[in-house]
Design a protein around this ligand. Sequence first.
Ligand SMILES: C[S@@+](CC[C@H](N)C(=O)[O-])C[C@H]1O[C@@H](n2cnc3c(N)ncnc32)[C@H](O)[C@@H]1O
Length: 431
Amino acid sequence: MKKNEVYKTQIIDLTNMAYGVARIDGLVVFVPNVLPQEEVKIGITKVCKKYAYARLIKIIKPSPDRIEPVCPVADKCGGCQLQHMRYAAQLAYKQRLVQDLMPNQEVRYPLGMEDPYAYRNKAQFPIQIKNNQVFMGFYRVHSNDIVPIQQCAIQDPVINELYAWFQEHLTVSLAQGLRHLYIRYIQSTNQSQIVLIGQYKNDWEQLVKDCVSTFDHVASIVFNQNNRKDNVILGEKYEVLYGKPYILATCFENKVHLHFKSFFQVNSVQMEVLYKQALQAANLDSSMTVIDLYAGTGTIGMMAARYVKQVIGVEIVPEAVENAKENYALNDLYNGSYYCMDASVFAHEMKEKVDVVFVDPPRKGMSEQGIDDIARLNPQRVVYVSCNPKTLARDIKIFEQEGYHCEYVQPVDLFCQTNGIECVAKLEKMD
Ligand SMILES: C[S@@+](CC[C@H](N)C(=O)[O-])C[C@H]1O[C@@H](n2cnc3c(N)ncnc32)[C@H](O)[C@@H]1O
């Protein structure tokens, strides 16, 4: 097999990255933008020892699950991998994806959205100046090239509106030094926040005034300085140009101060579906002490705080911890204490009796030592919220070795049109 060769073939499977799989001359070939059972014409783009990559040239026989993507650049932009797949089929694919990673667990059917578009409350648009022109959009898959977009089908329409406004108003001189435009919009409070991320502050006084007078929902505009050489989007230092460094969000009945450095689920509707599952799994009562590890702004902890004696929260980002403390007071909750530290170090040092532990780590999951330290605290139940089924599967196995039984895993689709999936796993101490 050689680069640029063309083949007619059948797609036999879909990987966890949503690449179609074909088998040609004993070699596995990965093809984006195709679906299982489709007959396709493909062109080879890269050949490795045991596998190859190809691009789709033509669909000869489409899958019954194929639909026309809503977005005209769906096959170029790296944001959505599944817009060409019927939503019901996306959910079935995600169920199988999670089940395949943990064949011995009861993986329930994913809870999906009624309208699986326009759900994202946060966008980070890269900005580049090329040939005296400003380019904004999303990165092309596996590249630093920007695909200019008019609007994004999975973003909240308000974010699309703000993005279009900045496309029009960010001139070459105003865009000098900028690396990203970060926009958050919270529908429940009708508040938006704009973060201009770049190497140095520019003369944005008029731009800020014009933006605020055009959109009454803009509650905060911030400059965030980032001179890093890597691809981490946010830098350390910031200066507030308008409003406060945080905006107001909600999670169920709780008000949430949300700093731009604090984590918040990108899908506000499905966030509540997910956390309701976490609450059900926790089976709380008023005598309990609960730990909220990887707590963010305290959203999960505050939900639990209404049912238990006390909540102890742990989070590593100082701004998020500050938010969490403010949020308890904001919601008249006085049974929560939050600490800014590494979750594993906290679990290692913790001495109090604990009944239920919520963990909601980043994609890399937990450390073996961290799980061992939680098990040593001997909670009756661990409710594991995860955005990465691969590390969840690994960590469930470690919890099982530590004497916990996984009752079920409930996937919740927070990332419609993409290959992402959130899960709640209920882990119960075995007698
Ligand atoms: C998936 S988010 C969950 C946040 C929160 N539970 C929520 O639902 O909004 C993971 C959180 O873990 C925090 N984090 C990352 N590494 C950590 C560590 N080693 N110790 C404590 N928190 C950490 C991140 O800052 C982030 O807020």
